[in-house]
Design a protein around this ligand. Sequence first.
Ligand code: ADP
Ligand code: MG
Length: 619
Amino acid sequence: MADELILGIDLGTTNSLGAYMTPGGPVVIRDASGNSLVPSVVAFGTDGAVTVGSQARTHAVENPLSTVYSVKRLMGKGLADIREDLKFLPYAIDPGPNDTVAVRIGDGLMSPPQLSAIILREVRSRAEAALGRPIVQAVITVPAYFDDAQRQATRDAGRIAGLNVRRIVNEPTAAALAYGLDRKEDATIAVYDLGGGTFDISVLRVSGGVFQVLATNGDTHLGGDDLDMEIINLVTDGIRSQFGQEITFPPATRQALRDLAEAAKIRLSTQQQAPIEIDMGDGRVYRRTLSRQEFEVRCGKWINHTIEHCQMAMADARLTPGNIDQVVMVGGCTRIPMVLARVGEFFGRTPYTAINPDEVVAMGAAVQAGILAGMSRDTLLLDVTPLSLGIETLGGAVGKLIMRNSTVPCQASEVFTTYVDGQTSVDIHVLQGERELVADCRSLGKFQLRGLPPMPAGAPRIQVTFLIDANGILSVSARETRSGREASIQITPSHGLNKDQIDGMVKDSYKFARQDMNAHRLIDIRNEAGRILTAIDKALADAGSILSADERTLLDTAVADLKGWLDRTSQPAQPPDDDQLDAFYQIIKAANDAATPLTQAQMDSVLDKTVKGRKLTEL
Ligand code: ADP
Ligand code: MG
């Protein structure tokens, strides 16, 4: 049974996906283009063809009656239970046997478990294709508030899909498992899940590896669709006022509007503006730009509702936000900056976002599957950081902030600066590993600090802080102290590596220690040389005339030598040895000495106001 593979499946209202456990942690199943999400949509063609996922979604335009989405809302329900939902679902629903419902497809009827099984089968076959082996075992997740009938219907769906459902797991519990929170002695966790059509807030208590649901609250009709609808309304209002009230939208246009609104919403999670362009089909084109601020004004009320539900859940659990030890973000809509900010504000702590919010439930299902299959989770244990952590500095070197074997929790901070005049953004590239060069370390993630006021090179003070909390979650933040601009990222550095790989990386660092050190020194010297050349150029422009002819010749020769050396070392076949490095120092020193009369003449120049620290790459 050691070889047994159990697939973890998040069977969502809007999207479904699978993940599996490896010694290095859970891994999400992706298709060739890297997509993990399978839209939970099933379409039935007149020719009998059944399509699932994104393909089925496009089908919805022409055949709304034979395109089934949101089937999760019907699982384990009777007709009386779904009165509310009926208003939203375009396909026909009939009563089914034993107080269930059935969806009418052509002349036939299909039960919700049968429809869900089609989605499960798709997730399963994608996993089989990715792993190259048959899969029959699964763990499937459901909302914490699902009752027995709904859980049973989910089990049935698995059975119909040919899966042996080893366990049904609560979605919030799975999310907490993905973050390794089951290893907490005792903790209270809030899981905030804002998906496509539903909002759930769950309060969990974990103690000795056992999860208990203290409270659940939410709204089964509040999600990304509502935010899309706000954008659609904004746009249709705009179109009507620009082109006349008589405009009506055919179904295909309505679907196009929906896709466009969703795309704009997603864009606004990372950009301040989203361009919107709609071809009216009659030669007229509607154009407008939607700003993040407009979006936030329109959607604020929905976010407020979610916070009200959080308040109710707290009251039900007899807790206050201050009692919550950890907040976990789940659902695609938690990528919206305002959502993150409001939730953080309510609970008074930064929520966990290190794992993709639309993949975290499937990853947790995989963790549960791994536990069932008897896989040990030792490699995820993080009492000390197994490898050093740092960021990329100018020239492809790694500036380490946290050394390997530091006990967690821990924090480290260092000030960096820029290399180019007027630089308004920097890239922060987070790396893990023992080697000196970026190319030899493992990239954990990247983010950008933007909107810096233009300053001379070396003037900005960019404070980079690494913080690893007791659960092993790494937060990296960068703050330019003069302007107060800030950006950050969260990462789970333990995912994806097993003990052997870690040992291998440490061994390599010994093997290549000397070579790496010299490669790093070369980068530092080259950076220093570049800085000196720029300073000399500036000084020559400002005060070149004070030099005597001899001084000028001396300086020109030294500069030419330095440039020649820079050219020769731009792509060294192998790192230089100590003697070569020492010789390079002499060349730099010569240039520096030759420039002394100049630099003395303009002592209070920019040069001396600069931070003589490590420098970050320009964007
Ligand atoms: P569910 O759990 O309901 O099946 P998901 O967690 O996959 O759904 O969430 C789907 C929703 O997340 C959709 O409304 C989608 O538009 C939204 N979404 C996905 N990515 C982003 C993003 N980057 N910014 C804002 N919303 C997003
Ligand atoms: Mg979900």
